[in-house]
Design a binder for this molecule. Structure first.
Ligand SMILES: Cc1cc2nc3c(=O)[nH]c(=O)nc-3n(C[C@H](O)[C@H](O)[C@H](O)COP(=O)(O)OP(=O)(O)OC[C@H]3O[C@@H](n4cnc5c(N)ncnc54)[C@H](O)[C@@H]3O)c2cc1C
Length: 522
């Protein structure tokens, strides 16, 4: 830290904060980023998670879709995002026979044949293609607006077929899925995008599941989820390099304890491990969750408004990929998203059970192998047959882990592995590598871990519920911060993180939009 007064102080050093810092420093403003942890990147990091093993896993977030290509080009980001050759594989057991629904990338004849084998005709495949073609028009309408001031809902709706708008935006998504598809497996594969990081029934009248669905399908106008080469840490490293080389000061081990806004600027108090320090600035950008921000602003922490996360992330390192009972090549099945217990009826049953306070008997989740697309993260293990494996589980709300966290975590992991083992020739545990202490290379992160590690309240992976990426008719759009969807109650404090409107996921959009609002204001 080279001075006591900055144009902008960014609280939190997640990837969004780094995007803001890069834009603002490039525009010539003095910028200080304060991060409580000893490293930058928040949930976008790579870690050597297992003692003595060189593989660097994307410990939390792992795939990128929402980061606009335009933003990456703007910041000259040295990051490569590559496509997976399988979109998804959904193993199933039907009439005593193991099979799997394969969706290739790009979709071809094997995809059509796979739908036919599961459903007995081409109808579901035709419905699938029609639905995603229509969703593509919505993605093309939304994507170009994400780095612009907020469009109005009416502007976006005007360019979209009214029936599709109803299906995705105004009616609970479950209704459209029932109307458009007949097969529970197909319905479920479509539905999962609505539930990644969102604890809801597909029929939830709040439409929180619809908003989650939309964000999962609009990235760069295609909705494709790509693999960051080198892991998620490569994204953060590139952003940090860009911000630092533009002159932003990035300080770690700097936990912010208070933000005191005044009429023309603010004071930010933080602790450097030995003593409390203070710095003044014209604007504060908050890269922390809005719920955390309120505490830093001195407001009462209201437990009732605290977000609640619901995901289970399991990181694993395998000696070899397991063989599947369906006979599919594991390098095909695990290269994309492998859906487990995610039939529509299973998703709804698991939600109902978890909402009633119980661990779902059958845990829905999905598995994906990063190292099939990008072996670079394996280090010396590349080429030995070893692979990373990531499990992302749904419908495990933080409340399930409140009473007896260790027992609940063990149960959740066992149920997650059971949902995979059902489709394997050999139990997954027999494929796990061991670390330097002889322990299996498996770590599980429940919402409480995510909160403890990253200060994401309740372990909510988006800092709170996602909002529509447009302004509702009644919104005030008077200030730059309001127009960019980054306003708080204070004129000198703006949101730049996942909690900004349009800020969720690894996208940098919140960071970009907050920086634009500041540049208009200062
Ligand atoms: C398990 C998991 C899996 C996910 N998977 C994906 C995925 O595959 N793809 C995707 O796009 N998104 C995914 N997400 C969501 C995505 O990671 C987040 O939405 C995104 O990383 C948020 O970035 P951010 O910069 O806004 O905030 P964060 O990454 O949360 O960073 C905020 C930073 O602020 C710091 N901080 C907090 N309080 C203070 C304080 N008082 N003082 C100083 N610093 C503070 C934190 O330590 C943290 O570094 C996932 C998230 C999780 C947890």
């Amino acid at each position: 830290m080279t001075r006591n007064d900055y144009d902008v102080v960014v609280v939190g050093g997640g990837h969004n904060a780094l995007v803001s810092a890069a834009y603002l420093a490039r525009a010539g403003l003095s910028v200080l980023v304060l991060e409580r942890l000893g490293r930058l990147g928040g949930a976008a990091v790579s870690t050597q998670a297992f003692a003595g093993q060189p593989a660097r896993l994307s410990r939390y977030s792992y795939l990128v879709s929402l980061m606009p290509d335009a933003l990456m080009a703007d910041l000259d980001l040295d990051v490569r995002l590559v496509s997976r050759r399988t979109a998804s594989y959904t193993p199933y057991l039907r009439d005593g026979r193991h099979g799997g629904l394969l969706v290739e990338r790009p979709e071809g004849e094997a995809t059509r044949a796979s739908f036919r084998e599961l459903t007995g005709s081409d109808d579901e495949h035709d419905a699938w293609r029609a639905f995603y073609a229509e969703v593509g028009t919505l993605a093309e309408a939304v994507a170009p607006t994400l780095l612009e001031p907020l469009p109005t809902e009416r502007d976006v709706a005007a360019g979209v077929d009214p029936a599709l708008w109803r299906d995705v935006v105004t009616e609970p998504l479950g209704a459209a899925l029932r109307r458009r598809f007949r097969d529970e497996t197909v319905r479920g594969v479509v539905a999962t995008d609505a539930l990644i990081g969102t604890f809801a029934s597909l029929d939830d009248p709040s439409l929180v599941q619809n908003r989650c669905f939309l964000y999962h399908l609009v990235g760069n106008g295609t909705g494709e989820w790509r693999v960051p080469v080198g892991g998620m840490g490569a994204v953060t490293d590139a952003l940090a390099r860009t911000a630092a080389s533009a002159g932003a000061e990035l300080v770690t081990d700097a936990g912010v304890s208070a933000i005191r806004p005044g009429p023309d600027g603010a004071e930010v108090r933080w602790h450097d491990g030995t003593r409390e320090r203070g710095v003044t600035c014209r604007r504060v950008l908050s890269g922390v969750a809005p719920w955390v921000l309120r505490i830093l602003l001195g407001e009462e922490a209201e437990p009732g408004t605290k977000p609640s996360g619901a995901q289970l992330k399991i990181n694993m390192l395998l000696e070899r990929l397991p063989r599947l009972r369906s006979g599919v090549d594991p390098e095909v099945a695990f290269a994309g998203t492998l859906h487990l217990a995610q039939r529509f009826d299973q998703l709804e049953a698991a939600y109902a059970q978890a909402a009633a306070g119980g661990m779902p008997d059958v845990l829905p989740g999905e598995v994906y192998c990063h190292s099939l697309t990008d072996p670079s993260i394996l280090g010396d293990l590349a080429g030995t047959g070893a692979h990373t494996l990531t499990y992302f589980g749904l419908h495990t709300p933080d409340t399930l882990f409140a009473e007896d966290p260790e027992a609940a975590r063990t149960l959740a992991v066992e149920r997650a592995l059971a949902s995979l083992d059902e489709h394997l020739e050999e139990p997954l545990r027999s494929c796990l590598m061991t670390d330097a202490d002889g322990r299996p290379c498996l770590e599980a992160k429940v919402p409480q871990d995510v909160e403890a590690d990253l200060a994401m309240p309740g372990g909510h992976i988006f800092h709170g519920h996602l909002e529509w990426p447009w302004s509702p008719g009644r919104a005030r759009l008077e200030t730059p911060a309001q127009r960019w969807g980054v306003a708080t109650d204070s004129d000198v404090v703006l949101l730049c993180g996942s909690g900004a409107r349009r800020g969720g996921a690894v996208s940098g959009i919140g960071g970009h939009n907050a920086a634009q609002a500041v540049l208009e204001e200062l």
